[in-house]
Design a protein around this ligand. Sequence first.
Ligand code: BEZ
Length: 235
Amino acid sequence: MEQNLLTPMPRIGDKAPSFKAVTTQGEINFPEQYEGSWVILFSHPADFTPVCTSEFMTFASMEEKFNQANCKLVGLSVDGLYSHIAWLRTIKEKIEFKGMKNIEVKFPLIEDITMEISKKYGMIQPGESSTKAVRAVFFIDPKGIIRTIIYYPLSLGRNFEELYRVLIALKTADEFGIATPADWQPGDDVIVPPAGSCNTAKDRVEGKEEGVECKDWFFCTKKISKEEIFNKVLN
Ligand code: BEZ
């Protein structure tokens, strides 16, 4: 509770709070060294726990896919570096999950024993646990701005295909100046921004704006193919 008074939780649109950290891949300077890339900063409750293990195996096996979308992954828990190293070695040597085995986690995993970083990012949520970080996910854009925040409780493993969908949707919105409707997947129709004038609204409902289809003046969509999207948002 005290932490809530001292450190406001970062919000969408804020600059990602800066920190230096020790990780399993050496020291990092966040978010400065990630300038020019998207980055997903995510926390997990603890090393050597089963849900977290399943999550790390899944995320690590998808890392290349995220990298192809110019997105780096950075994990964090309040465990120490040697615990992280031992856990990642155990995952590689012993754990099999949903057909995945011999999985090497190559992205950095931050040690945060002091909870300094997790508190800065609102990852410690005392109603859930005062000793473990919740499953937080921060999507940070190439300019270091937080663009999406998702929190899950300790008991709920994340859906990493959904995290990938969020990344592609954010990049698609930026590239094409559109919004994405409920349950959108690449290739589905996208939402055209609302008409900014009565004339545009009129033109749209009269079908005068090429490629735009309107159900009403405020609800207009257009098509962008999956190929066009992936050509733009993948490296
Ligand atoms: C887990 O990752 O399995 C886990 C961690 C903390 C609380 C409950 C489950």
